[in-house]
Ligand binder design. Structure first.
Ligand code: NAD
Length: 476
């Protein structure tokens, strides 16, 4: 059935859920319990700024408490609304289940354009918003743990953590009330890059399976693949940077809020990012063709399309013209339900958001565990690991000398082998393992069932089974 009217973001997520739920044997009661958003809190608060009282509207939606705390980012954008936070909170439930992060789903948002305010004003607004949520336990280490999302980052998370600590002076676990904090405020190595790194690991895993590559009509490896990225913010920048610098992908297009950049030979991600930082957008960037209507680039020929900005950008108006055979949803909800149907019918392979951008929540999970255990990962083992490796190498060298074998270990090998893993390496290893394992659980369903022909339905099925199992264990 072809849809010709676009439905809302939340309805879109529900529809995708329903398509998968129809393939399960869940009772209609349990199915509904899993689908609905448990509660959404709306708050309007005033802050005196620039001589006037300004009223802001914020939300915190809790989709599912089958596991607690619930987890989900806080977004700062003028387009934040109840429908959006509820859709995003639902995606968080399924995402956490898929990557086995032991959380329920939540999401928050503040209706604000962060670019309109000075840093000290943003701090006042953030602290006031946090105060409103903290006093209702909607930010709490064991109940509700936010993280960064669009328009927020380490700075906002540090303010929130500090606000919580001020209001809970005796809580030894206060730092675990929010993730995505700077290192010196209880953060973890590798969190800033985590979502983009996860997109890279997801693509690497996809390209390990020839059958899957063939489903997208592609061949070979990531090396030389043409990539178009929408949104060069936290997620898009890191994904594009890692794919081009480490995997040989060629980023031929970048779509930003003020237009698009195109270069057949590949764009320098670091240079574009620096240009945006100094000029506020991509306009005027010298080493590429500039297109005022950037969204047109989404329809350009490429191997991999990475929407990493906002929801709904691939929709009924352009889905038919999308030429990329492989789309990886780095953003949440970039493909509407209507567009999803059109693309599925065309044979486009979509690596869905609930898997593709789960790197962020995965490393947030590690940060939360680090905060609760009050010790940096690797601190106890690193030197012990190094001395055991040293023991082995010394013995090998002794044997070689005693038996006149003439073996010499290259200095580079010795250095790399001797080094014990630090926190960043452990985080990357945990993230890589999570992304590989989750992909394999999805693809098993994708290839194993006749009635599943896309990765999104497979991902939803895995998530629904796991959430249902939690509810059943609770006696529901
Ligand atoms: P961000 O604010 O750092 O960056 C967003 C970028 O997109 C900005 O550069 C902005 O200028 C650009 N942009 C906004 N609207 C655009 C449009 N219409 N066309 C083109 N570009 C546009 O945000 P982010 O943290 O990178 O988040 C991006 C997406 O990834 C969101 O959907 C978010 O929910 C999702 N996500 C983020 C994280 C995370 O850890 N930050 C985790 C999971 C999912």
């Amino acid at each position: 059935m072809k849809r010709n009217v676009e439905i809302s973001f939340r309805e879109s997520v529900d529809l995708m859920f329903n398509r998968a739920a129809a393939l399960t044997d869940l009772s209609p009661g349990l199915e509904e319990k899993i689908r609905v958003c448990n509660a959404t809190y709306t708050v309007r608060f005033g802050v005196r700024l620039r001589g006037h009282i300004h009223t802001f509207t914020g939300y915190r939606a809790v989709h599912s408490e089958h596991m607690e705390p619930v987890k989900g980012g806080i977004r700062y954008s003028m387009s934040v609304n109840q429908d959006e936070v509820e859709a995003l909170s639902a995606l968080m439930t399924y995402k956490c289940a898929l990557v086995e992060a032991p959380f329920g789903g939540a999401k928050g948002g503040l209706c604000i354009d962060p670019r309109q305010w000075e840093e000290h004003e943003l701090e006042q607004i953030t602290r006031r918003f946090a105060f409103e949520l903290i006093k209702r336990d909607l930010i709490h280490p064991s109940q509700n743990v936010p993280a960064p999302d669009m328009g927020t980052g380490e700075r906002e998370m540090a303010w929130i953590a500090d606000q919580y600590a001020r209001m809970h002076t005796t809580d030894i676990n206060a730092r675990a009330c929010v993730t995505g904090k700077p290192i010196n405020a209880g953060g973890i190595q590798g969190r800033v890059e985590a979502t983009g790194r996860g997109v890279q690991y997801a693509l690497r895993e996809f390209f390990r399976h020839p059958e899957d590559i063939a489903r997208a009509g592609l061949t070979g490896t990531l090396d030389g693949k043409k990539v178009i990225v929408q949104g060069l913010g936290n997620v898009g920048y890191h994904a594009a940077k890692f794919l081009s610098e480490e995997d040989g992908a060629i980023v031929t297009g970048i779509v930003e809020h003020d237009g698009g950049l195109h270069s057949e030979t590949g764009l320098n991600i670091e240079a574009v990012r620096n240009w945006i930082a100094t000029h506020g957008g991509i306009t005027g960037y010298p080493d590429a063709v500039y297109l005022p209507d950037g969204a047109i680039l989404l329809e350009d020929e490429c191997d991999i399309l990475i929407p990493a900005a906002v929801e709904g950008v691939i929709n009924l108006s352009n889905a038919e013209r999308i030429r990329a055979p492989l789309i990886i949803e780095a953003a949440n909800g970039p493909v509407t339900a209507g567009a999803d149907e059109i693309l599925r019918n065309k044979g486009t392979v979509i690596i869905p958001d609930l898997y593709a951008n789960a790197g962020g929540v995965t490393v947030s999970y590690f940060e939360w565990v680090k905060n609760l255990s009050h010790i940096r990962f690797g601190r106890m083992q690193r030197r012990q690991e190094e001395s055991r490796h040293d023991l082995l190498l010394t013995e090998l060298e002794r044997l070689s000398k005693d038996k006149n074998l003439g073996w010499t270990l290259s200095p580079d090998f010795k250095e790399r082998y001797l080094r014990g893993a630090d926190e960043l390496e452990l985080v990357r290893s945990g993230l890589d393992d999570t992304m590989r394992t989750a992909y394999q659980s999805m693809r098993e369903v994708w290839h194993g069932r006749q009635d599943v022909d896309d990765l999104r339905t497979a991902a939803f099925l895995v998530a629904i089974w796991r959430v249902a199992a939690s509810y059943r264990a609770k006696g529901l």
